[in-house]
Design a protein around this ligand. Sequence first.
Ligand SMILES: *[C@@H]1O[C@H](CO)[C@@H](O)[C@H](O)[C@H]1NC(C)=O
Ligand SMILES: *[C@@H]1O[C@H](CO)[C@@H](O)[C@H](O)[C@H]1NC(C)=O
Ligand SMILES: *[C@@H]1O[C@H](CO)[C@@H](O)[C@H](O)[C@H]1NC(C)=O
Length: 273
Amino acid sequence: MEHEQSRRLEKRRRKRCVILIVIVVLIVIVIIAVVLGLTLRQNKMVLFQHFFICCFCIFRCTTDCQKVWDAFEQAYVNKDPCKVAVEAYDPLIVAAPFKPQCNRMIFWSKTKDVVHGFTEKRDCFVTLEDTLLGSVLDGLTWCGKEGSKGTFTTGCPGWSKCKNNPVLSFWRRISAAFADVACGNVTAMLSGSIDTPFNSTSIFASIEVVRFQASRIKSLNVVMVLQSNCTDSSLNNLRQSLDTGITYSCKDVHESRIQECGAKPEIACGACW
Ligand SMILES: *[C@@H]1O[C@H](CO)[C@@H](O)[C@H](O)[C@H]1NC(C)=O
Ligand SMILES: *[C@@H]1O[C@H](CO)[C@@H](O)[C@H](O)[C@H]1NC(C)=O
Ligand SMILES: *[C@@H]1O[C@H](CO)[C@@H](O)[C@H](O)[C@H]1NC(C)=O
């Protein structure tokens, strides 16, 4: 969502499988030429290729990428880009369901850099952006237009122009789907360097926490990154938002400790905080 960081992340990922990308690009060009003909718009091809590269290369072809793409596209194609409801992506979640990864799922709010710096290096936790849908579309913009079959990557409404835009609705929908499958011990990394670490307008507060179910989740462990600490009064709101039966805990952890854990695999993940 924060473009600079995401681009950096994407670069790193691409480096990881350069050879595969070259092969996949060739395959994709053939697929596009054969399956879709040459009527495609240039910008759609960019997003489409990106989608297939991630799907094949990073996720090793375990998903039927064409089916997922079709489900993705139907959400916004031929629609006013300010009238794409969150529910428009329901078929996408059906086509590419989230797998529960008990005890490994980590949610975050205003700590995107720190949390991804950590999960990129260590395998013990998974963020939304480490899943298929999250990683493929992180940092990208897309929309459709009424009366057109195209996918556009420029001239799309910004987040501030209208709430029901294709990108925000996408993130709201997949955040909900990710939270729906959360299970076991769930971790949340919040920022201790802002006034309200648990802000009721955040996606974490308004979409994710409210979907946590005590029947699936044992405990929520907050990792408070940086200067502030777990005594912050907004954390009382978090405790109250939780489904009865989910154990709550919070630990203050300095950002440098998380970076140290990322750099040193000999530190057990359980000992990081
Ligand atoms: C889950 O958290 C509890 C304490 O909150 C801990 O005792 C338990 O070992 C944890 N389980 C796993 C699988 O991490
Ligand atoms: C919560 O976040 C919104 C949007 O980022 C901001 O405008 C608001 O001031 C925050 N609320 C608190 C209590 O910090
Ligand atoms: C926690 O933060 C509050 C306010 O930010 C401060 O007054 C308090 O001394 C801090 N407590 C600890 C243990 O750092």
